[in-house]
Design a protein around this ligand. Structure first.
Ligand SMILES: Cc1ncc(COP(=O)(O)O)c(C=O)c1O
Length: 218
């Protein structure tokens, strides 16, 4: 798609074709499994809704385009999106998280990161020197930024921290300004936090193909 303005991308919804009925909003597909040929191949390209279903295609493509990302995957909640990023890590990996961060994820990390032998450090990210001092080159795989932070509204230097991360061979969770992946609370931004609709991860470089969906890698 050419580099349209964000407003145009949103208004056009990736310019996808209407379905056969001409409905102007995409239909909701309730099927769990899809028709297969006698050779057991998915007849319409869709197999099982856990791996992907037609209703996700348009929003994932639209969000991927808005981000200029290599891929995007929608999740049913923020926790599922965030833990998917962390579960793409390997045993022995080291990650740097902020001290001030969403309490639900902080609690989850405390309870579960040791199960995967993933080492976590929490750092004051308003001080790039502290982040730099915590990096273990070649072992630190992820620097996780939440900015403005919850609950203290700290603002971090995304580009500066991304540079520190990249120098040590790690990737960052905030995609804009040189980060690698980003999670968006689309259910909150789009629906004012009232209903859990989705959480999405557009990823710039597709280095986590397991959770990057919009290009077909489910
Ligand atoms: C900063 C932040 N991240 C993540 C979440 C988790 O999102 P969800 O409730 O969709 O799992 C929240 C929830 O309030 C949040 O405030």
């Amino acid at each position: 798609m050419p580099p349209y303005a964000a407003d145009t991308i949103l208004a056009q919804g990736s310019g996808q074709e209407h379905d056969a009925t001409g409905a102007i909003v995409p239909p909701i597909h309730l099927a769990t499994t899809f028709l297969r040929s006698p050779e057991d191949e998915p007849s319409g390209g869709w197999s099982y809704s856990r791996y992907g279903y037609p209703g996700l295609e348009q929003p994932e493509t639209t969000l991927k385009t808005l981000e200029g990302a290599a891929g995007c995957r929608l999740f049913s909640s923020g926790m599922s999106a965030m833990t998917a990023v962390i579960m793409a890590l390997r045993p022995g990996d080291h990650c740097v998280f902020p001290i001030d961060m969403y309490h639900g994820l902080k609690t989850w990390l405390k309870a579960h990161s040791s199960h995967w032998n993933v080492r976590i450090d929490h750092v004051d990210m308003t001080d790039p020197d502290k982040v730099h001092a915590t990096m273990i080159p070649g072992v630190t795989r992820l620097v996780w930024l939440e900015t403005p932070s919850n609950p203290h509204w700290h603002i971090y230097d995304i580009a500066g921290l991304a540079e520190i991360a990249h120098r040590a061979g790690a990737r960052t969770r905030r995609r804009q300004h040189c980060g690698d992946a980003n999670t968006h609370p689309t259910h909150k931004v789009g629906r004012r936090h009232r209903r859990s609709f989705s959480h999405q991860i557009p990823e710039r470089t597709q280095r986590c193909p397991g959770w990057c969906g919009a290009d077909g890698s489910r």
